[in-house]
Ligand binder design. Structure first.
Ligand SMILES: NC(=O)c1ccc[n+]([C@@H]2O[C@H](COP(=O)([O-])OP(=O)(O)OC[C@H]3O[C@@H](n4cnc5c(N)ncnc54)[C@H](OP(=O)(O)O)[C@@H]3O)[C@@H](O)[C@H]2O)c1
Length: 248
């Protein structure tokens, strides 16, 4: 039986991915900053462990409790929407801590184990913002684009050990907690000089013609984790797939 460890499973894409892998018969280690086991099925194949991906001690304790894992899914992430000019650098650093450096720290922490077992897959959840530049998302896009470059280069380094690095690029889902979890309100990050330019962009953003569902991402993570074709990037959701097709 294979084991997957997923970060950020208290809501959204991560929660659905944990449910999906469990339903496929895998052993699932669902990690959350504040564990809520009731969110997931009661099962001896499902363990909920505390994990704050920005805290090195938390990573070490979590992985020691988890034991051997076949697949790591780096899903935990936070967003920020607004004019870059008005985005506090302290918050930009927080974005990079969670979306970029924590992904690198988790990866570094599981590599000795995967190297010794001569196999494993790391799935990094980025975003469709890497497929098409979007205004008012510059810092967030930077955090995810960094992980795309990191993953593509690292994959070349780990070929010798049969460790795969995959990228899942989800589109926009209004149904996850992503918007609610965004720490700074958009209104605070749109200075008056940007207001007229920003208004139609945010109006269009509020009524998207096509969006991504949690299950689209869970299925893409599943395909990425089980891929044997060498494909590295997996756009997830119809909006992301459309951007992917347009960018090719
Ligand atoms: N929703 C979208 O439109 C969208 C689009 C493209 C990509 N994504 C990406 O998809 C991933 C999942 O997002 P989502 O939409 O499912 O949002 P979500 O519902 O807000 O889920 C994000 C998860 O990350 C966790 N998290 C945040 N900071 C953490 C930390 N320091 N340590 C551990 N866990 C942490 C949150 O846990 P808490 O409950 O503890 O806050 C939550 O479980 C993110 O990487 C996001 O960037 C989202």
């Amino acid at each position: 039986m294979k084991t997957v460890l997923i970060t950020g499973t208290s809501s959204g894409y991560g929660l659905e991915t944990a449910r999906y892998f469990h339903a496929q018969g895998w052993k699932v280690i669902a990690t959350m900053r504040r564990p809520q086991p009731d969110l997931l099925p009661q099962s001896e194949r499902l363990t909920v462990l505390p994990l704050d991906v920005t805290d090195p001690d938390s990573i070490e304790t979590c992985l020691a409790a988890a034991g051997p894992i076949d697949v790591l899914v780096n899903n935990a992430g936070i967003g920020m929407v607004g004019a870059f000019e008005a985005s506090p650098m302290a918050q930009v650093r927080r974005l990079f801590e969670t979306n970029t450096l924590a992904v690198m720290a988790m990866t570094q922490a599981v590599l000795p184990l995967m190297r010794q077992q001569r196999g494993g897959v790391i799935v990094n959840v980025t975003s469709s913002v890497v497929l098409a530049p979007s205004p008012f998302a510059a810092a967030y896009t930077a955090t995810k684009t960094a992980i795309e470059g990191f993953s593509r280069a690292l994959a070349r380094e780990l070929v010798a050990f049969d460790i795969g690095i995959k990228l899942v690029e989800p589109g926009y889902a209004p149904t996850t907690r992503f918007g609610a979890n965004t720490e700074l309100p958009i209104e605070d990050l749109i200075p008056p000089a940007y207001a007229d330019f920003a208004r139609p962009i945010f109006e269009a953003f509020a009524t998207p013609s096509v969006t991504t569902r949690e299950i689209d991402v869970a299925e893409a993570v599943w395909r990425a984790a089980n891929d044997t074709s060498g494909q590295q990037r997996f756009p997830a959701g119809p909006d992301a797939v459309a951007l992917w097709e347009a960018s090719r």
